[in-house]
Ligand binder design. Structure first.
Ligand code: HEC
Length: 243
């Protein structure tokens, strides 16, 4: 009986805190995000709407929902985030048409609403920090976690010029990381913080209810523990006279 309850509790704890095993990711850097930190999400959504919506859309995300969830006013959202001037209740559309983007970059920039769920936050963090100079590419850059990516390096000014770190693995040249060779306008700490804010926002965007779900999980656990206490007390009471 106790074992069953223990297994049940572990299961509930895992599913409610989102502790699900993800695959891959040998060389991924760890994102350090907190989706309950509204200030971080507010900074993240600003970066997202300033830099990403020119090419990508987020078609499942409405501006008014973001305002409510992130504690922003309609004026703040319409003035700072909705650059296309669409309705407050509209979804996030890209400035560029998919046809134009395909011509310019050789690939259509995918919708980013759910990308944090499909790729994972560590992958996103590593990808956004993974660009390095590669003169053989039309964009002038390549990416350590997404080889030959069509997306240009959006943050080259902020992050600076980066070179690949190459190691020789039994005669085979392997890119194991990147290093900044010319400092950008941001320090590495500032840049990492900005990317963490951006990834935090993208994680929220992929699952807007996750804070609620996690806090609900805690209440479910407390409830189960209390229920167990009662059940155990009742069992003792029922069997009192039997032994
Ligand atoms: C100038 C246009 C442009 C901008 C601006 C841009 N991207 Fe991209 N992005 C692309 C293109 C094109 C691709 C597709 C690359 C490919 O498939 O080779 C892409 C791919 C991606 C992918 C990979 C998606 C996947 O799962 O395959 C992610 C993640 C991404 N972009 C995030 C961002 C974020 C975050 C920003 C804002 C900081 C941003 N992009 C800004 C053009 C852009």
């Amino acid at each position: 009986m106790k074992k069953t309850i223990l297994i049940l509790l572990t299961f509930v704890a895992m599913t409610s805190t989102g502790l699900v095993l993800t695959s891959g990711g040998e060389h991924l850097e760890k994102a350090s995000i907190n989706v309950d930190d509204k200030a971080s999400l507010q900074r993240g959504v600003k970066v997202f709407t300033d830099y990403c919506l020119s090419c990508h859309s987020a078609k499942y995300v409405r501006f008014n929902r973001v305002a409510t969830d992130l504690g922003m006013t309609e004026e703040q959202v319409m003035g700072n985030l909705n650059h296309l001037g669409t309705k407050f209740g509209s979804t996030m559309t890209a400035v560029m048409t998919p046809e134009y983007a395909k011509q310019a970059f050789g690939a259509v920039p995918p919708d980013l609403s759910l990308v944090a769920r499909s790729r994972g936050v560590d992958w996103l963090y590593s990808y956004l920090k993974g660009f390095y100079a590669d003169p053989s590419k039309t964009t002038g850059h390549n990416n350590i976690v997404f080889k030959d990516v069509g997306m240009p390096n959006i943050f080259w000014k902020q992050e600076g010029v980066k070179k690949p770190l190459i190691e020789d693995h039994d005669g085979e040249k392997v890119i194991v990381g990147t290093e900044v060779v010319e400092q950008g306008t941001m320090t590495p700490e500032e840049f990492n913080a900005m990317i963490n804010d951006l990834v935090a926002y993208m994680s929220y965007m992929g699952e807007p209810n996750q804070s609620y779900r996690k806090s609900l999980g805690v209440y479910v656990l407390i409830f189960l523990v209390v229920l167990f206490g009662f059940a155990y007390a009742m069992k003792k009471d029922y069997w009192k006279g039997v032994h």
